[in-house]
Design a protein around this ligand. Structure first.
Ligand SMILES: [Zn+2]
Ligand SMILES: [Zn+2]
Length: 247
């Protein structure tokens, strides 16, 4: 049998699965049954839907070294790993009475979901100078993996010289929607424009130097927040495609 080395690439990164898993538990009142036989609901399916998993990734079997082991879906195994990691991080715990099948947010887990949601909302609605949608408060206990990559993106988008060169070249008009602070609020607000970094993190080498014209684009804070609604971010073209859609 040929081993498929692209196997992992079909799943989202673990921190994304964990983040989504915490959100699902929070939305369902802080506690979930892994499978709810009464309604047919399953956490595996819910997460697969929310993370847009391909059919192939959903149905792939785990290739087990031990032939006597019951065959299982690779996706379910992956989610179980995430659950275990959240458990050892102290963010969720098994139900003490009903055991394995029920998972509940701990106080720490609850806090971290609330921080996450608040942070997202705040960064989306405030237009504070240099507030970036992917900014993560330094005291956030969880999502460490995610925070690290977000900080990395921040660094390029924050670099004041690169930012200035990008703006000198492209101007202060949002590359996605055309919004211009100066036209609406006057020059007092013109520096509220953000710059967005286009390159995928996977393409960035360690001693990477940002190219302000090739890699950065001016975007307004609203479009910037939308670009970062997904990780990796949506492309400029994708967000332009969302514009002016009837709700
Ligand atoms: Zn915009
Ligand atoms: Zn950005």
């Amino acid at each position: 049998m040929v081993k498929d080395t692209n196997f992992q690439s079909r799943f989202p990164q673990r921190f994304q699965i964990k983040e989504e898993l915490l959100c699902v538990i929070a939305e369902r009142g802080g506690s979930i049954k892994i499978q709810d036989r009464a309604t047919g609901w399953s956490i595996y399916e819910e997460l697969a839907n929310r993370l847009n998993l391909s059919d192939e990734a959903r149905t792939r079997m785990r290739d087990s070294k031990k032939p006597e082991k019951k065959p299982e879906l690779a996706w379910e195994n992956e989610v179980r790993w995430c659950r275990t990691e959240l458990g050892s991080a102290g963010l969720i715990e098994k139900d003490k009475v009903n055991g394995q099948g029920i998972w509940t947010l701990t106080n720490l887990g609850r806090e971290s979901v609330e921080n996450k949601i608040e942070n997202k909302i705040e960064n989306t609605i405030t237009n504070q100078k240099f507030s970036f949608p992917e900014e993560v408060p330094p005291d956030t206990v969880s999502f460490h993996e995610g925070s690290v990559t977000r900080v990395l993106v921040n660094r390029y988008e924050r670099n004041p010289i690169a930012r200035q060169q990008c703006i000198n070249y492209y101007g202060k008009k949002c590359f996605v929607c055309g919004f211009e602070f100066a036209r609406v609020y006057g020059t007092v607000a013109e520096d509220l424009i953000h710059v967005h970094h286009l390159k995928a993190l996977s393409e960035i080498a360690e001693e990477y130097e940002v190219d302000p014209i090739a890699d950065l684009r001016p975007v307004c804070p609203n479009c910037h927040a939308v670009l970062h609604l997904r990780f990796p971010p949506y492309s400029i073209e994708e967000v332009q495609g969302f514009l002016h859609q009837e709700p």
